[in-house]
Ligand binder design. Structure first.
Ligand SMILES: [Zn+2]
Ligand SMILES: [Zn+2]
Ligand SMILES: [Zn+2]
Length: 322
């Protein structure tokens, strides 16, 4: 570790936030983030728009070290400074981002009825206009599952910046890519925000009966739901199994062999029919062991999953052979 790296790593979170609690200092980080090359003291002061050079220097000194590097060529952003600017800009939009439930072109993977979408608190939420949807409750937003409106098909994270210049259908597609990138990280065991290890929980409904849409007991379409949480930061997520299984090699190979790309889908509905509308058999609850069968175009993939949500068995077959 160089001295520079050490300077970046050794600021406690409360100190880091104290340093950032000032408009001029955030302005310095944003100006450096927008700059193509290192900026001299006077160029930087001019771009931030502060006339008093003594006052400007006072604020600049506060961010040099942890957020800003100073060299002979001038001032540049450090990695943690870039992260701050990225976070600020992912939430910075010209208008208050909100849109109410809007019908999109995608159809429900369970019943084929039109789907409606809305954006709320950093998430794109999807609802079927006819069937019961996938969940009667939402997993992962808080420590416990929370009730949701009828027809709920789930939510996908999307920062406010993701709404800019996109139609509702394009927004859903963007959210799909964004959330599947997060799932690939989570199912590889790392937090998509901070890269620390992720821990998973399994929720199993022992008397599951979803023959009428949603089960009366667990309020969901599937008996097995999962939650994932970071061991370091506050990130949490959850939902159907695919949240923690998407990076499985057999599943990815099965998808791509059928022209389904989980991060750049042609048809969200077709992908959802595989990833959300699968058969499940709970073999044991203590320890947890279950079998999940995904199907597309007459082909089937069955994954047996153990207590750690690791895949311990892979079976290929056609619909006729099962
Ligand atoms: Zn439906
Ligand atoms: Zn149930
Ligand atoms: Zn984290």
């Amino acid at each position: 570790m160089t001295d520079e790296d050490a300077a970046e790593a050794t600021l406690a979170p409360d100190e880091a936030f104290a340093v950032l609690g000032d408009e001029t200092r955030i302005g310095i980080l944003r100006a450096l983030g927008a700059a193509e090359e290192p900026l001299s003291f006077s160029e930087l002061r001019e771009r931030v728009g502060v006339d008093d050079s003594g006052q400007f220097n006072y604020h600049l000194e506060k961010v040099v070290g942890h957020f800003v590097a100073k060299s002979d060529e001038g001032y540049t952003l450090r990695r943690s400074g870039r992260r701050v600017v990225e976070a600020v800009l992912s939430g910075a939009v010209t208008e208050t981002p909100a849109f109410e439930r809007t019908r999109i072109e995608e159809a429900c993977e369970y019943c084929g009825a039109p789907v409606e979408v809305r954006w709320r608190s950093g998430n794109v939420e999807l609802f079927c206009t006819e069937c019961a949807g996938r969940y009667g409750q939402s997993y992962g937003a808080t420590k416990r599952p929370e009730p949701v409106a009828a027809g709920y098909l789930g939510r996908m994270p999307l920062p406010p910046a993701g709404l800019q210049g996109r139609t509702p259908d394009e927004i859903v597609r963007a959210a799909w890519t964004w959330s599947h990138l997060e799932m690939l990280a989570m199912s590889s065991g790392l937090c998509p925000r901070c890269s620390a290890p992720v821990e998973t929980d399994v929720f199993v409904c022992e008397d599951h009966d979803a023959s009428d849409g949603l089960c009366d007991r667990c309020d969901g379409a599937h008996a097995v739901n999962v939650g994932a949480r970071c061991t370091n930061c506050i990130f949490r997520s959850g939902g159907v199994l695919v949240v923690v299984l998407l990076a499985d090699t057999a599943l990815l190979a099965f998808l791509t062999a059928h022209g389904l790309n989980p991060v750049a889908p042609d048809s969200i509905r077709r992908l959802n029919e595989v990833l959300a509308d699968y058969d499940e058999t709970v073999l044991s609850t203590d320890p947890f062991r279950a079998r999940f069968t995904f199907g597309v175009d007459g082909d089937r993939l069955t994954l047996t999953v153990d207590d750690d949500l690791s895949v311990v068995g892979v079976d290929h077959g056609t619909a006729a052979s099962q």
